[in-house]
Design a protein around this ligand. Structure first.
Ligand code: HEM
Length: 225
């Protein structure tokens, strides 16, 4: 009994930590998307925004460190929830419900792993200058880092642009499933919340996908150059 209570608490605990860090990461994704959409306002607006961020110095580093901690805790609790779900699943589950639960769990796990791989590649690509060190040397006429030029040059490579679009599809799927199960984790049950949960996740995912994917697609189609 004591052991059961312990399992229940730690399982709920891990889910709550995963959901809370997920909400914080979602906040970052939304603010990153808002900043990135400045690409459509032109090089000056985009580079001024990037310059304003760079000027934050220690504050920016603190935000980066916080983001890294949140990201790591999110992945850690996801692994814990996944393990607990597997250990708790009785062998006598009906085949159909077994398939249904594993399908949802597998989708969010696989899309999460792809998002993780994408973020690692993305940092090597645009932030750390590992894949293309020349990007970090690009300056605009005002002597600021030419982030606009870097993004356009990056997406002129068709394979890179298309891999970003595919990654954004999986990010959207991850957010859709994550947001829908968030309602359950926070105990928001009932028909009213179910309707909301079923609609909010996919609607947000579509907005996020269109927002991010529009940038590589605009470069590929020559709309941004
Ligand atoms: C088309 C989609 C995207 C574009 C064009 C884009 C663009 C950029 C650029 C230009 C930077 C570097 C900014 C700078 O050095 O000043 C950056 C950094 C970053 N991006 Fe993205 N991004 C995209 C999608 C995403 C997504 C979906 C995520 C997360 C799931 C993400 C996470 C990050 C992170 C964590 C950083 C590092 C922030 C920092 O250290 O300051 N990006 N992105």
């Amino acid at each position: 009994m004591k052991q059961n209570a312990h399992w229940y608490l730690s399982s709920i605990g891990a889910k709550l930590v995963m959901a809370t860090t997920g909400v914080l990461l979602f906040g970052f994704v939304l603010s990153h998307l808002t900043g990135n959409l400045l690409m459509f306002a032109g090089p000056d607006a985009m580079n001024a925004y990037a310059h304003w961020l760079q000027e934050k110095g220690m504050l920016l580093w603190a935000a980066r460190a916080g983001l890294l901690v949140i990201f790591t805790v999110h992945i850690g609790s996801a692994i814990r929830v996944h393990r607990q779900n597997r250990a708790a699943r009785p062998d006598s589950y009906a085949v159909s419900s077994y398939l249904a639960t594993t399908y949802a769990a597998r989708t969010i796990l696989v899309s999460g792993l792809v998002v993780l791989a994408f973020v690692i590649y993305h940092l090597l690509h645009f932030t750390l200058g590992v894949t293309n060190p020349e990007y970090l040397l690009m300056l605009d006429p005002q002597g600021r880092r030419d982030v606009y030029g870097m993004v356009v040059t990056g997406f002129e490579n068709r394979a890179v642009a298309l891999s970003y679009v595919v990654a954004m599809l999986l990010l959207s799927s991850h957010l859709s499933h994550g947001l829908t199960s968030l309602f359950q984790t926070f105990g928001l049950h009932g028909p009213r919340f179910k309707l909301l949960a079923d609609k909010v996740g996919p609607a947000v995912a579509i907005v996020i996908f269109i927002g991010f994917a529009s940038i590589p697609l605009a470069v590929l189609s020559g709309r941004l150059n």
